[in-house]
Write a protein that binds this ligand. Structure first.
Ligand code: F6R
Length: 359
């Protein structure tokens, strides 16, 4: 049940520290990553990794995919529904990773079956043991987030992103030509603190008053670059899904290539920080600000975006790889409080289903 919470979504947001602790449990040893059935060496033949997913899972795949790419491994992050027309060449050295919390999304199952038919090795990253994706793929890694009832994915996104980040390090460790991140050990060490840092965000978030201040706007824009791009997309998807307000996420640098025409004093811009390399986010946030848009920085206190922002949703300092996931928790809370203030049916938004089993 919902217990002390008004909605499942709220409960699921608040149980993320436990969910993430379960996701990580026993998988990081001696500065390395090992999954139960996929020990070191499991991915030594991989030359290309294709992630296929829909919606929120696609955003988690973007987050994890960037880390595989950074290791120098050919990486594609593909919308499952567009797999046919966007996939590059596939062979037996291709690892097709279906990212699907339910393991039942028709588009994702279809894409991974196509990849398998073309000769790829397949891996399901899912929350549901015994799901179709888990049964059909050559291997499965479970995100261990626990059951999620709210239609809007929250804790499964966080657990997927962390699982995929760990997977990226396992793959990078196995592929002979891959280049390990210089600070890999520090990154994995920082992961151990992530559940506690999510708790800190939950306890200190100012998203509720901020939602009240901004709810009377025309549109809500979310921008970020690098890993924060996917967080911006996810922030906008969650916001539109449960508030029914118009929200869009952009790669920060794209703002001036069209969307800027929509920016006014009635369009708050949520600028997501990832701790480093956010230069494009800052310059584009300044552009939006000069058009009158209120700017909300979502990131660490000492981040340069905070200096130019009108409001700030703060996250604890961590390794830059994890900052976006803390920022995402702030955006989950923002969407939740905005939707509550608008009296929306949080757990069952109109027209949407928890698991989309038609193409
Ligand atoms: C949004 C949401 C959806 C799902 C998408 C894929 O909050 O939950 O966008 O992420 O339908 O679902 P799974 O992960 O079950 O394949």
């Amino acid at each position: 049940g919902k217990g002390e919470y008004d909605h499942y979504m709220r409960k699921e947001i608040h149980t993320q520290p436990t969910a993430l602790a379960n996701t990580i449990e026993g998988r990081i040893k001696d500065g390395d990553v090992a999954f139960e059935d996929l020990p070191a060496g499991s991915f030594e033949d991989v030359e290309c990794v294709q992630f296929v997913a829909c919606g929120t899972s696609y955003h988690a795949a973007m987050y994890g995919g960037q880390l595989v790419r950074e290791a120098g491994i050919r990486t594609e992050v593909l919308r499952a529904s567009e797999y046919e027309s966007t996939s590059g060449p596939v062979d037996e050295n291709t690892l097709a990773v279906a990212v699907t919390q339910s393991g039942e999304t028709a588009d994702t199952l279809d894409a991974v079956r196509t990849a398998a038919n073309r000769g790829a090795r397949t891996l399901a990253v899912t929350n549901v043991v015994g799901s179709t994706a888990a049964r059909e793929a050559d291997d499965a890694v479970y995100i261990r987030a626990g059951p999620e009832v709210g239609v809007a994915a929250t804790k499964t996104y966080s657990s997927q992103a962390v699982t995929l980040a760990m997977l990226s390090q396992r793959i990078a460790g196995d592929v002979p030509t891959a280049t390990a991140a210089d600070d890999r050990a520090a990154m994995l060490e920082a992961l151990a603190d992530l559940p506690q840092q999510v708790e800190t965000v939950l306890e200190t978030s100012e998203a509720e008053p901020l939602a009240a201040d901004t709810i009377d706007s025309e549109s809500f824009f979310f921008i970020g670059n690098g890993p924060a791009h996917s967080v911006a997309l996810e922030g906008a998807l969650k916001f539109k899904e449960i508030t029914y307000e118009h929200a869009e996420g952009f790669a920060a640098g794209e703002l001036k290539h069209g969307p800027l025409a929509l920016v006014t004093e009635k369009t708050p811009v949520f600028a997501v920080a990832t701790g480093d390399a956010d230069g494009k986010t800052k310059t584009n946030a300044i552009e939006a600000k000069s058009r009158g848009a209120p700017i909300v920085a979502v990131g660490p206190d000492d981040h340069p975006l905070v200096d130019i922002a009108d409001a700030h949703l703060s996250v604890p300092d961590t390794h830059p790889v994890w900052t976006g996931l803390l920022a995402n928790v702030q955006l989950q809370l923002l969407s939740y409080h905005a939707a509550t203030q608008l009296d929306r049916p949080i757990d069952k938004p109109r027209n949407l289903a928890k698991s989309v089993t038609v193409e």
